[in-house]
Design a protein around this ligand. Structure first.
Ligand code: PA5
Length: 469
C-alpha cells in the first residue's frame, strides 16, 4: 500500500517556527501519551488495560474498528458487520436511484467527506448509466433550513414510481437518536417517502435504513416502521470518530466506495502509530508540530490547505474533529479549511501578512484520477498563454504549491505537508485514522478529554425551551 507522508520541514524557520530540538523535546510526553493510549482497555490489543479508570478516554473505540471489522469479515463473511453493510448497500443500489442521508455533525460529515473525495465530482448530475447504476446521494437533516429542504423535496419523486430512476430511500443516522435537526428531517422526508411508495408500509420500510444508538428514539421509530435492516453505532465510538463504523461505511458503500480498502488504509495507520519511533511516526510528528508551535509561538490557528476541490469536505470533517474535541476549558486551537488555489484569492493575503498565529498544513495529492489537461495553444493569444501551452493543470498546481510554500517560508510563516498517494480509499483511510489518533493524543497532552461535546448542549437547551415556551 502506498503510504501517506507527513513532512514538517516547512516549520523549521528561525525565530518564528520550530527547531528540530523543539520537536525532540516533546517526544517523551508524546511517547508517554501513545503508551497510555495503547495501554487502556482496548479489547483487541489490551484486555483489562493498565490505565486508571479516570484517565481512560471515554470513547476510544474508534481505534480498533478497522482491524476488528476486517478480521470479523474474514472470519464470518456475509454474516459479519462489514458483510451486512456490503449486502445492504447492494440491495439499496438495486432498488433506489437516490439516497437521502439524514444526519448532522459526526453523523454526516464523514460520509460527505468520502463521497466528495472518492466519487465523480458531478456524481449526482450523471445519468444512471454513467453512474454505473449507483444511487445519487443527497444530504439533509443537517440543518433546519426550510428552503433547502423544500428544494430537495422538489427533485424527489413523491408519486408512486415504477422505474428505478424515480425511486429513492433514506439512510438516517443519529447516535443519540434525538437530535432535533435529524429527527425533523426524518419526519418530513418520511411523509414524502410514504407518498412516493403509495402508502405501502412494507415498501416504505424497505427503503429506510437507520444507523443509531440502541434503544434511542430513532431505534424505536425504525422498529415501529418495521425496517428490515438497521445498524448500531458501536458503543465507545463517539460521533465525530465514527466515520469507520456503519455511520460512514454504509453510505460510502452505497455509492460504490471500496470500504474494505478504506479500512485497510486505516489499519495501516494504526500499525504505524503503534510501531514507528517518534521521528518516523506521522501521528506523533503532527501533534508535536501543532503543540510545539502553539506552546512556543502562540500559533493557535490550524489552517488545513487542501489542494484539491475533492478534499474540501474532508477538511470540514477535520474542522469538526478538532474543534469539538479539543476546544474545551477555554483552550484549543481553531481549525480552518482552505481549498487552494481557490482561497489564495481570498485568504492568502492574511496568511502571508496578517497576525502570526497560523500553521498552514497542506494536504497534497500525489496522483490524480484523470489524465492531465494541457492548456493548448490558440490563435487568439491575447491572454498570452501560448508560452505555457504545453503546461498541464497538475503542473500549474504543483507550481502553485511550491510557490505558496516558498512565499510563506520567506515571510517566516510555518507550513507542513501531508501528501496522500491519491484521493482513493486506502489513502483516505490512512488520513482519517491519522487525524483521529492525532486529535486524541493532542487532547491527552493538553489534559483535555477529546471525547464528548458538553458545550453543544447549551444551545439545544435554549432552543427547546424557546420552542416549548
Ligand atoms: O461528534 C459528535 O458526537 C457530534 O457532532 C454528533 O455527531 C452530532 O451532534 C450528532 O449527534 P447524533 O448522532 O446523536 O444525532
Amino acid at each position: 500500500m502506498d503510504r501517506i507522508s507527513y513532512d514538517p520541514r516547512g516549520v523549521m524557520i528561525h525565530e518564528t517556527g520550530l527547531s528540530p530540538h523543539d520537536l525532540e523535546r516533546l517526544a517523551p510526553s508524546l511517547d508517554r501519551a501513545r503508551t497510555e493510549f495503547l495501554e487502556q482497555d482496548l479489547p483487541l490489543y489490551n484486555k483489562g488495560g493498565k490505565v486508571p479508570a479516570e484517565k481512560q478516554p471515554l470513547d476510544a473505540g474508534f481505534f480498533e474498528l478497522p482491524e476488528r471489522l476486517l478480521a470479523e469479515h474474514k472470519e464470518k463473511g456475509d454474516k459479519s458487520e462489514l458483510g451486512r453493510i456490503l449486502a445492504t448497500a447492494k440491495r439499496l443500489q438495486k432498488s433506489v436511484d437516490r439516497i437521502v442521508l439524514l444526519g448532522i455533525g459526526g453523523s454526516y460529515m464523514g460520509a460527505k467527506a468520502l463521497f466528495d473525495a472518492c466519487c465523480h465530482p458531478y456524481h449526482n448530475e450523471l445519468s444512471r448509466t454513467k453512474r454505473n447504476g449507483l444511487p445519487r446521494l443527497s444530504f439533509e437533516g443537517n440543518n433546519v433550513d426550510n428552503d433547502a429542504v423544500a428544494g430537495l423535496l422538489d427533485i424527489l419523486d413523491v408519486g408512486p414510481a415504477s422505474k428505478p430512476e424515480g425511486r429513492w430511500g433514506i439512510i438516517v443516522i443519529s447516535k443519540s437518536g434525538g437530535t432535533l435537526e435529524t429527527a425533523s428531517g426524518f419526519r418530513i422526508f418520511l411523509t414524502a417517502l410514504r407518498a412516493s411508495v403509495g402508502d405501502d408500509p412494507k415498501k416504505m420500510a424497505e427503503r429506510i435504513v437507520a444507523v443509531c444508538g440502541k434503544g434511542g428514539k430513532l431505534d424505536e421509530l425504525q422498529q415501529a416502521l418495521g425496517c428490515p435492516e438497521s445498524y448500531e453505532v458501536p458503543d465507545g465510538v463517539g460521533g465525530r470518530f465514527s466515520i469507520l463504523s456503519a455511520v460512514g461505511l454504509l453510505p460510502a458503500a452505497v455509492v460504490g466506495i471500496d470500504i474494505v480498502k478504506l479500512l485497510e488504509g486505516a489499519a495501516d495507520m494504526n500499525r504505524r502509530f503503534r510501531e514507528a519511533p517518534f521521528a518516523e511516526n506521522p501521528v506523533l510528528q503532527y501533534v508535536a508540530v501543532c503543540q510545539g508551535l502553539e506552546r512556543r509561538r502562540g500559533i493557535n490557528i490550524r489552517v488545513l490547505s487542501v489542494w484539491s476541490k475533492a478534499l474540501e469536505s474532508l477538511g470540514l470533517w477535520y474542522d469538526q474533529l478538532l474543534a469539538e474535541s479539543i476546544g474545551k476549558d477555554f483552550i484549543g486551537a481553531t481549525p480552518l479549511t482552505c481549498v487552494n488555489t481557490r482561497d489564495l484569492h481570498s485568504r492568502a493575503q492574511q496568511h502571508q501578512e496578517g497576525t502570526r498565529d497560523k500553521l498552514m498544513t497542506n494536504v497534497i495529492l500525489k496522483s490524480l484520477k484523470r489524465d492531465p489537461i494541457a492548456l493548448g495553444s490558440s490563435e487568439l493569444d491575447q491572454d498570452q498563454l501560448n508560452q505555457l501551452s504545453e503546461k498541464t493543470l497538475p503542473q500549474i498546481m504543483e507550481a502553485a504549491i511550491a510557490g505558496t510554500n516558498q512565499a510563506y517560508n520567506e515571510a517566516g510563516r510555518p507550513t507542513a505537508d501531508i501528501t496522500l498517494p491519491g484521493a482513493d480509499e486506502a489513502s483516505l483511510g490512512q488520513f482519517l485514522q491519522m487525524m483521529m489518533l492525532a486529535t486524541t493524543i493532542e487532547g491527552r497532552v493538553m489534559g483535555i478529554n477529546p471525547f464528548g461535546q458538553p458545550g453543544v448542549e447549551a444551545y439545544k437547551k435554549n432552543m427547546t425551551a424557546i420552542l416549548q415556551g
